[in-house]
Design a protein around this ligand. Sequence first.
Ligand code: G1P
Ligand code: ZN
Length: 564
Amino acid sequence: MSLSSVVVTTTPFEGQKPGTSGLRKKVKVFMEKHYTENFIQSIFNALGDKVKGSTLIVGGDGRYFSKQAINIIIRIASANGVAKLIIGQLGILSTPAVSSLIRTHNVLGGIVLTASHNPGGIRNDFGIKYNIENGGPAPDSVSDAIYENTKKITEYRTTPKLETDRLIDIIGTTTFNVDGRDFVVEIIDSAINYVSLMKEIFDFPKLRTVIRGTETRPAFNVLIDSMNGVTGVYVRRIFVEELGASPDHNVCRIIPLDNFGEIHPDPNLTYAKDLVDKVKDNEEYDLGAAFDGDGDRNMIIGKKAFFVTPSDSLAVLANNLQCIPYFQKNGVHGFARSMPTAAAVDRVASKLGKEMFEVPTGWKYFGNLMDAGRLSLCGEESFGTGSDHIREKDGIWAVLAWLSIIEHKNMSVEDILKEHWSTYGRNYFTRYDYEECESDAANQMMAHLEQTIASKDFVGKSYTFGGKTYTVSQADNFSYVDPIDNSVAKNQGIRVLFEDGSRLIYRLSGTGSSGATIRVYIDSYEKENVLTDAQVVLKPLVEIGLEISQLKKFTGRDAPTVIT
Ligand code: G1P
Ligand code: ZN
């Protein structure tokens, strides 16, 4: 049967500006009449002629409203001349899996339905993110074009009679005829493509010996926690079916739920406390790992919940990449980290003689460097680690990389870190988040910081707390010129650098869905690893950070909402 598209009149919504990682709002906002439709049509409008005859990947973390959003996308795509949509079964695709599919199928891009680590369910968040043809998040130029279109949209095209009921439930291909053209919807297994990519990168038979043990080497006991997010699908295939992990003892929360079981699916010491407690209480576990809702973040802990900061994790991986087949084959090019990430990896780069890049917060800034062959491994302090195998950070990849190192070195997580610190010194790191602050107060605090660092005597000033003195060597509002396309990103956060290599960073979150979130990043470098509690070592710099920003005065907050 031939179907016809129609034009629906609409008016713009305010605030459809994609943040650090796509458009994120409460589910109820996306449910407003025309809201989701406007945003999807604005993506197509921004892409222009490229849409006609194109193929797009569609999928996400399965959170509440995903299916409705996919049905809207199918109808609007069909009416805009898209030739084919490749959709994960039940709408399920992790963010790394979308990136891999875009690259494997060489298509125009993908639409990822996720609000990442933000809670899901009808009262919580939904999100839509556009990824470009290299598999990575849209760069600012594309996001800005989408936003400009949302401000002037007057109509969208859709095919109301296209039957979407249960369409995404079953693997298979359906061809519709819309306005006289073929429009294909292919529903695929959510995991096959990603699992085969991981098999190319890592030595699965070797990793299996780590998980199962051998005659000469005891099994390395892991506990992998999917936090009720999308990675459950991949964890079962990879860890249980391929690597022989026990479905009862080595994995948990591996069934994706549309509200993540009412938890905050963010792998850090606060929100992944369940995992931390289990590993702490059960000394048989050698490694614990958790992922966020859409599978791009990871947290690694060792025996007795020995915590590996994401900044250290990045540095350790950088130092040991040669034991992973992918890097043996492709070589190791440069390293990169987001600006607030502790500078531990910089020391590895300089020892190994690799190029090192410091980019603004957000994975989209790594893509150009990877495409240009100058970047192999990168990470963010926000529990993101990844490589140039795709253009998103990748939680499962990070755990497989850690297991490869463990197989190679035959050492515990803690011993690997201790060895690393004894070579390079240690970057003690913590991040204080003040969530849902009043926006005006947060902006005033940032303005105050701008003024403070601009004063003539700021550089050279010393701050002392608890017997420790830090002297300012440099301060700025970070801006970045992309070395590949020379695009400029300004106002990326206030940096205060100290003479001993320690740093304080302040920035406002670009991913929150209400109010303003202030993030204060504290990175204190010690040449000698003093091996005490990180929060104790960091206390003086934390206090200095609060003093410089006058955070309490501006926000009225005594304590952060979350410490990571
Ligand atoms: C946060 C993290 C950032 C990460 C982003 C998407 O962004 O800080 O590193 O890339 O989520 O996962 P923010 O809310 O700070 O803008
Ligand atoms: Zn995520």
